[in-house]
Ligand binder design. Structure first.
Ligand code: NAP
Length: 333
C-alpha cells in the first residue's frame, strides 16, 4: 500500500461534522468508527487500513476499541497499534482513541468484570497493544452486579489521575447505576465524558429507559453502538442472507431475528428512503443522529464502500427522517 498522506481537506466540514460531547471540552464527529468485528485476525490489513484512512481523511477522529475486539480478543488493538505506526504516527493528537475493559478477556477470576485488578491489568495490556502511553477514553464496558460500584469507579478515577486515560466512559450500565456513577465521579473531579449504549431504529431501550434524557440533562455525551443493528438496517438482508454477511458468519446476529414481520418493516423503510433519494443505511443513521441527546454514532463497516455509504448520512437533513415509522416489536431483548 502507498505511504499515507492525510487529506489536507479533512477538517473542511468541521462546522457541521462535530458535536460537543455533553458539557465537556471534547468535540466528537457525528459518525465514529468502531473496531468490534471487522478488524480481526482474518481481516485483510490493507482493507482495514483503507477504512481507517478513509475515516481520518473525512475528519472522523474518533476510533472506538475494546480489549476484546478481534477476533481473537486483543487483535483489533494490535491492528490499530500497527496503523498508528504505519499511517497515523504524526496524527496521534488528532485522534480520540477509546478502549474498554469488563468483558471476558483472559481466563481465571481476573480476566473480566469490574474489579480494580481487571481494569488496571487490562488497560496496561491495551496500552501495550496499541503502542500508546494513554487512551483518550477508557470505558467500563458493562455493569458488574457483584463488584462494589465504588471499587470500579475509584479505579476509573485513579486511572485518569495516573495519566493512563484522559476521560472516563460508561457502557451499558442501567440508569440507576449511571446516576450513582455520575455523582461519584463528579465528586472526585472526573465527570463521566460519555455513555455508550445500543441505539438504533430497532432498539430504542436507552431512549425508553431515560438514559438519553439523563445524559442530556446532566451534560454527559451519548454515543450509539450498532447504529445499523449489525447490518439489519441496510439493504443487506432484504432478499435473503448473503454469503459472508455477519448473519451468515457468527453468532452475534442470529438468523431468527429476521422474521417476516421485520423484513416487511425493513422493506417499507427502504421504500421511504429510496423515495427520498437515500438508502436504508443513510435514512436509519440520520434517524439516530436526529434523536435528542445523541452526540455521535458508531459504524462498524467491513469495507471502505460500506463506510462511504454510512458517511453519506451526514449530508441528509436531520428533519427528513426524524419521524420515520418505528417497529413496535423487540428485536434485541
Ligand atoms: N459497548 C458495547 O458493548 C458495544 C457493543 C457492540 C458494538 N460496539 C461498538 O459499536 C461499533 C459498531 O457496532 P456494529 O459493528 O454492531 O455496528 P453496525 O454498524 O450496526 O454493523 C456493522 C455491520 O453492518 C453492515 N454494514 C455496515 N455498513 C453497511 C452498509 N453501508 N451497507 C450494508 N451493510 C453495512 C456490515 O455487515 P457485514 O459484515 O454483513 O457486511 C457491518 O459489519 C463496534 O465496532 C464497537 O466499536 C460497542
Amino acid at each position: 500500500m502507498k505511504n499515507y498522506k492525510a487529506s489536507s481537506s479533512r477538517y473542511e466540514t468541521s462546522d457541521t461534522l462535530y458535536r460537543r460531547c455533553g458539557e465537556s471540552g471534547i468535540l466528537l464527529p457525528k459518525v465514529s468508527l468502531g473496531f468490534w468485528q471487522n478488524f480481526g485476525e482474518e481481516a485483510f490489513y490493507d482493507n482495514c487500513r483503507e477504512i481507517a484512512r478513509l475515516a481520518f481523511d473525512n475528519g472522523i477522529t474518533h476510533f472506538d476499541l475494546a480489549n476484546n475486539y478481534g477476533p481473537p480478543p486483543g487483535f483489533a488493538e494490535e491492528m490499530v497499534g500497527r496503523m498508528l505506526k504505519d499511517d497515523f504516527h504524526s496524527h496521534r493528537d488528532e485522534l480520540l482513541i477509546a478502549t474498554k475493559a469488563g468483558y471476558d478477556m483472559w481466563g481465571g477470576p481476573y480476566g473480566s468484570w469490574g474489579s480494580r485488578k481487571h481494569l488496571i491489568a487490562s488497560l496496561n495490556q491495551s496500552l501495550r497493544r496499541l503502542g500508546v502511553e494513554y487512551v483518550d477514553i477508557f470505558y467500563i464496558h458493562r455493569y458488574d452486579p457483584c463488584t462494589p460500584l465504588d471499587e470500579t469507579l475509584q479505579t476509573l478515577v485513579d486511572i485518569v489521575r495516573a495519566g493512563k486515560a484522559i476521560y472516563i466512559g460508561i457502557s451499558r450500565w442501567p440508569l440507576e447505576a449511571l446516576k450513582y456513577a455520575d455523582v461519584f465521579l463528579r465528586k472526585q473531579g472526573v465527570p463521566p465524558l460519555i455513555f455508550q449504549g445500543r441505539f438504533n431504529m430497532l432498539d430504542r431501550a436507552v431512549q425508553e429507559e431515560g438514559i438519553l434524557d439523563y445524559c442530556t440533562e446532566h451534560g454527559i455525551g451519548f454515543i450509539s453502538f450498532s447504529a445499523l443493528a449489525q447490518g439489519l438496517l441496510s439493504s443487506r438482508y432484504l432478499n435473503g442472507i448473503p454469503a459472508g454477511s455477519r448473519m451468515s458468519r457468527n453468532g452475534s446476529l442470529q438468523a431468527e431475528k429476521l422474521t417476516p414481520e421485520l423484513l416487511c418493516y425493513l422493506r417499507e423503510l427502504n421504500g421511504i428512503a429510496e423515495k427520498n433519494g437515500e438508502s436504508l443505511v443513510t435514512a436509519s443513521l440520520s434517524w439516530v443522529l436526529a434523536q435528542k441527546g445523541v452526540t455521535s454514532l458508531l459504524v462498524g463497516a467491513r469495507t471502505p464502500e460500506q463506510f462511504k455509504e454510512s458517511l453519506r448520512c451526514l449530508n441528509v437533513s436531520e428533519e427528513l427522517f426524524k419521524a420515520l415509522p418505528l417497529y413496535e416489536y423487540k428485536v434485541f431483548p
